[in-house]
Design a binder for this molecule. Structure first.
Ligand SMILES: Cc1cc2nc3c(=O)[nH]c(=O)nc-3n(C[C@H](O)[C@H](O)[C@H](O)COP(=O)(O)O)c2cc1C
Length: 291
């Protein structure tokens, strides 16, 4: 990676729409929206609702499926000199395993990010990422079926995120990314109805940043693998907080909707932050929070 900044899955599509605003070659990596085995329509609308300091979404992993991704998105992405990370999700262990097999040998994919926030339909609908056992199993299923670097994206909707991080590292994860969205809900006081068609949705944006920084810090105390910090990053100093907490890279989500150039500004901002302090290596700040 040229730098430690990448988009958070699902907020950047496959990059096309943003290429009008930024040179995608400048990113540290390009993480695409979650791809599933078969096409998915996603949840009933409305699927987005702005709340104080954040946003609720219930997109429901709408996507065209892995075959479409390989045929239509990957050829577009391959033209850029940037590592492409495919984010995948399934509703069973077998679906994750099969997705990894479908990706095997396909040119232009540098890594896999496992979205484990989805329900395991064979385990009564509990999210893979909400149980250490399931999280380890799904990571191991992917690990067995790919030689690519494996990043496991952790959900914050758990009591002890470090335990889950440990489990996915046992399962064979090379890195972890965190956090995905926090489950939330908002109600229209005129109609008495929830604002989202799905009733609940994922909270993202500045509102979740302190939770995310705390979780990154906790996970950094527990596992040795690299951490990608995600959650409410809007500015250079937000990104620096995550690095100080122990992240080696950061991913930017909701902020892209407000300012499509925000990642470029943060890439330049991190460089200036280090230069102003006569630092030449980002490792001089990674995990350096004084507690
Ligand atoms: C509209 C929207 C769609 C998202 N879709 C996905 C997705 O497909 N896969 C995934 O792993 N995370 C998805 N996320 C979660 C983000 O990648 C990220 O983890 C979360 O939004 C927190 O970061 P942020 O506060 O910078 O947005 C989505 C988030 C938003 C706002």
């Amino acid at each position: 990676m040229k730098n430690p900044v990448m988009p958070a899955s699902g907020t950047f599509g496959a990059g096309r729409e943003y290429s009008e605003f930024i040179d995608l070659n400048c990113l540290g990596a390009l993480v695409v929206k979650t791809v599933t085995l078969r096409p998915r329509d996603g949840n009933a609308p409305p699927r987005l609702y702005e709340v104080s300091s954040g946003m609720l979404n219930s997109i429901g992993l709408q996507n065209e499926g892995i075959d479409h991704f390989i045929e239509h998105d990957l050829p577009y992405l391959r033209q850029f000199d940037v590592p492409i990370i495919i984010n995948i999700a399934g509703n069973t262990l077998e679906e994750y395993a099969q997705l990894c097999r479908e990706i095997k040998g396909v040119e232009g994919i540098s890594g896999i990010e496992l979205n484990i926030s989805c329900p395991n339909i064979k385990a009564g609908g509990i999210a893979f990422g909400a149980s250490s056992r399931l999280a380890e199993q799904v990571t191991a299923a992917a690990r067995y079926n790919t030689d690519l670097p494996l990043i496991v994206k952790l959900t914050p909707n758990v009591y002890n995120v470090s335990k889950i991080a440990q489990a996915v590292v046992y399962g064979g994860a090379n890195a972890v990314s965190l956090i995905n969205t926090l489950v939330g809900m908002s109600i229209d006081t005129n109609t008495f109805k929830p604002h989202l068609g799905n009733i609940t949705g994922g909270l993202s944006g500045p509102a979740i940043k302190p939770v995310a920084v705390r979780m990154v810090w906790e996970v950094a105390q527990t596992v040795k693998v690299p951490i990608i910090g995600i959650g409410g990053i809007n500015s250079t100093l937000d990104a620096i907080e995550f690095l100080l907490a122990g992240a080696t890279a950061v991913a930017i989500g909701t902020a892209n909707f407000v300012n499509p150039r925000v990642m470029i500004e943060i890439i330049d901002g991190i460089e200036s932050f280090l230069r102003q302090r006569n630092m030449s290596d980002i490792r001089q700040i990674i995990g350096k929070v004084k507690v």
